[in-house]
Design a protein. Structure first.
Length: 403
């Protein structure tokens, strides 16, 4: 990673324009018209990738310094696939109040905040409070990025099988950041909460289970209306869909109770909850989080385009409608080539980020959170090769500007 100028600095005139005295004119204009901030600085195209190092990939609580390579990798993906500048910020605190205060104070430097690898349940409160405090999009990718790609994959899976989301019985194994967001997103997209069951390490979450608080209490209210109890084996009896985001393993005997022609998304990394060879014995369609198996549920399909679209619309937040729109766009890219082993596009498919960006920008306008009118034809970001081309940069609107 590196920061590079987008204009030449080869003469005294260049230097005078890029720094003093030229910058003073820009400063005074922004001071009198704050909205120009997005036009004359990189802020409108820049996202902070923020972590406390408490839940890094499959590595756990390894701290902020060890988390930096992951945040740098995320920033590279932002640039490559969405043309979004991203700055890794690794905080040396895991205190909710401290994280909220620091990110809130950093807000004026960025057009959006991508929270990353922050452990549950703290991540829920941190995102909620920052979303309330800031007038820029705040997005916890471990929650919503995963949920959006799961929804895209499920949309195409049911299309391929001739089924409908409202008719599905869905079990989510895992009630952490991803599990909660997946449940919320699927319900927003049309899956009936009454027909959903969420399991954690203690078994099925239900309204009569003692000791439920916070997000798990909310899950009990919005799912499992029949009050089913027990463990994952009981949860999967008659289930059409299993979404695993829990780690550990799910026994084959539990899978045997699923409905015929089931769908299994075993997304734990690096070891899926169900080995694909076993999952295929009970499911018509199988997905994992790994790149060496078909149907990889990969967040890179979502977050570059989501932030590209949100920044293009100068959105104040990411709405449920924008998330669903992103999922629909991802699903649509793969729709013309659907197979049981190809229900989502490749993570390297150059069509994905532009499609997601356009859908998200339009959804932001529909949901009333856009501060900038979205043109009928939303600007399409250039192919990734243009990102590194000398003399070409992304403008805040996602188009290429020559230097």
């Amino acid at each position: 990673m590196a920061i590079a100028p987008t204009v030449p600095l080869a003469s005294r005139d260049d230097l005078s324009l890029a720094y003093t005295p030229g910058v003073a004119r820009v400063c005074t204009e922004i001071a009198s018209s704050p909205s120009l901030y997005y036009d004359y600085t990189w802020t409108g195209n820049t996202v902070a990738v923020v972590t406390d190092g408490s839940a890094v990939l499959g590595l756990g609580n390894i701290g902020p310094r060890a988390a930096m390579p992951v945040m740098e990798g995320k920033a590279v993906l932002f640039k490559q696939f969405g043309g979004v500048d991203a700055v890794p910020i690794c905080l040396d605190t895991q205190d909710v109040e401290g994280i909220v205060a620091v990110v809130k104070a950093l807000g004026p430097s960025f057009g959006g905040i991508n929270l990353e690898d922050i452990s549950a349940p703290r991540c829920f409160e941190i995102e909620r409070r920052l979303d309330e405090a800031l007038d820029i999009p705040v997005f916890h990718d471990d929650q919503h990025g995963t949920a959006i790609v799961v929804l895209a994959a499920l949309r195409n899976a049911v299309k391929l099988l001739g089924r409908r989301l409202p008719d599905l019985r869905v079990v989510v194994s895992g009630a952490g950041a991803a599990g909660v967001a997946i449940t919320d997103t699927l319900i927003a997209a049309g899956v009936q909460g009454a027909n959903m069951i969420v399991c954690d390490s203690q078994g099925i979450i239900h309204a009569d289970r003692p000791g439920l608080t916070g997000v798990k209490a909310a899950l009990a209210e919005q799912t499992n209306y029949s009050g089913r109890t027990g463990g994952i084996k009981e949860a999967l009896i008659g289930a059409d869909v299993l979404v695993g985001v829990s780690g550990g393993s799910i026994p084959e005997t539990a899978l045997a109770g699923m409905a015929p022609g089931a769908i299994i998304f075993a997304l734990a990394n690096p070891t899926p909850e169900v080995p694909p060879v076993i999952a295929h014995k009970y499911a018509a369609i199988v997905a994992t989080g790994r790149s060496d198996f078909p149907n990889q549920i990969n967040n890179v399909l979502a977050f570059p385009g989501i932030f590209r679209g949100a920044l293009d619309a100068r959105a104040t937040r990411i709405t449920a409608g924008m998330k669903v729109a992103a999922a629909e766009a991802i699903a649509e890219v793969a729709a013309g080539e659907l197979r049981a082993d190809a229900i989502v596009p490749s993570a390297l498919d150059p069509r994905v980020a532009p499609a997601v960006a356009a859908a998200v920008a339009r959804a932001a306008e529909r949901d009333g959170v856009a501060r900038m009118a979205v043109p009928a034809e939303v600007p399409v970001i250039p192919a990734p090769a243009a990102v590194s081309s000398p003399g070409a940069v992304f403008s805040a609107s996602g188009t290429v500007a020559s230097s």
